[in-house]
Design a protein around this ligand. Structure first.
Ligand SMILES: *Cc1c(COP(=O)(O)O)cnc(C)c1O
Length: 385
């Protein structure tokens, strides 16, 4: 199987039939969001983060659009995401943010992907492979300033910097770190991380090592830590128009690019005392009209939204009732009107009504990131220019 069919299997039949349930991506919103972020961080450059199928927006199409509008850099989590982008003709610089396996190093060179050097040993592996083939590898050194994930601890960064200075086949294009709490109301620990990173950058400087791209800011830090913007920021969720947390101040105005829509596929009248769906968790004490919508937890609409979520039909919000099934859910429209074929908005806006990823996240007991990345590849993506 090619990586295409593994990562982003489209649910569109060979004769072009698309499900009545789909994700709509307004590409112009991505443009507006990128421009707003740019104005806010200039002269820092912007890396657009495309991991997890571009936060559910579709890896390849989102990358194409970001390249059209002149994104400076792209960031992905895994090697295979980077390879897929190259195979689809994306030629912008790409950094793979995740940890690498030694046997992957040749592929980074084959596909001209920048890699994250998160230890002296990894950096040496890269240097050896690049020397063996007479090539130059593009690397970003990863410093751990308090996340305890990947990267060399800030207090032993000197070893990595010395090793980088000895490399003749690595172009040290960047050095970076990652915040654990930049979207919080209390920025104490984020400030400590930033200070640790700045100290490492001074150690770089004093060794005469000057990576042109020093970066640490994610969406939270873009919004509320201007001192952290440095040479480049890494914009993930904010680029898609969603704020990383309730607490972070909304210093950049962005709007969501993604809507999730379906259509009414069935209508029925339900009598009092007749429970709806598996487990019989919901019933009415009066006659109600119930519509069925062809979307479920098998598409990534969390089952924990059962009896908690609302959807928009004809510009009004109505509750999802009973357990959400794998492929279907039921909505109580009381005694109001809806017809088969009516649009149902699971996430997005219609007139004055709107349901945000943040709201769904609260109902489901998670964060907006997971709402977006959980919309799986069974749901076709439609792009509006
Ligand atoms: C995911 C990720 C980002 C983007 O985070 P957002 O909060 O979505 O902006 C930035 N840097 C790294 C290393 C990441 O893994």
């Amino acid at each position: 199987m090619s990586p295409m069919s593994i990562i982003n299997e489209p649910t569109i039949s060979s004769n072009g039939v698309v499900r009545p349930t789909f994700v709509e991506v307004e590409l112009s919103r991505l443009t507006e969001n990128l421009n707003a972020i740019r104005r806010h961080v200039t002269p820092a450059r912007v890396m657009g983060i495309l991991k997890a199928n571009a936060y559910g927006h579709g890896l390849v199409e989102t990358a194409r659009h970001l390249c059209r509008i002149g994104i400076d850099y792209l960031g992905v989590a895994f090697l295979e995401e980077g390879i897929l982008l190259r195979e689809q003709g994306i030629d912008a610089p790409i950094l793979v943010l995740g940890g690498i396996m030694g046997n992957q190093v040749p592929l980074f060179l084959d596909y001209n992907l920048a890699l994250t050097a998160s230890s002296v040993e990894k950096l040496m592996q890269v240097e050896h492979e690049a020397r063996r083939r007479g090539a130059t590898a593009r690397v970003h050194l990863k410093i751990d300033t308090g996340m305890e994930r990947i990267g060399v601890h800030y207090y032993s960064a000197g070893e990595l910097l010395d090793a980088a200075l000895r490399c003749e086949h690595c172009e040290v294009e960047g050095i970076y770190s990652h915040f654990a709490n930049a979207d919080a109301a209390d920025l104490t620990s984020a400030q400590v991380q930033l200070e640790r990173f700045m100290t490492v950058l001074q150690e770089c400087e004093s060794r005469g090592l000057r990576p042109p791209l020093r970066h640490i800011a994610n969406s939270g830090a873009i919004l509320q830590m201007p001192d952290s913007h440095l040479d480049m920021v890494r914009a993930g969720i904010l680029l898609y128009g969603v704020y990383p947390s309730q607490e972070a101040p909304r210093t950049v105005a962005v709007r969501p690019a993604l809507s999730w829509k379906s259509h009414v596929v069935y209508f029925k009248v339900v009598k009092p005392g007749h429970p709806v769906s598996y487990g019989s968790t919901w019933q009415s004490d009066h006659m109600v009209r119930v519509v069925t919508v062809p979307v479920g937890y098998g598409d990534g609409y969390f089952r924990s939204l059962s009896n908690h979520a609302e959807v928009i039909i004809r510009g009004k919000r109505y509750p999802v009732i009973g357990r959400i099934c794998m492929d279907q859910l039921m909505v109580n429209i009381e005694w109001e009107t809806a017809y088969n074929g009516d649009e149902v908005i699971l996430l997005g806006e219609s007139g004055d009504a709107a349901i945000s990823a943040g709201e769904l996240a609260e109902w489901a007991g998670t964060i907006p990131y997971e709402i977006l990345t959980n919309i799986n590849t069974r749901v076709p993506r439609v792009y509006l220019e």
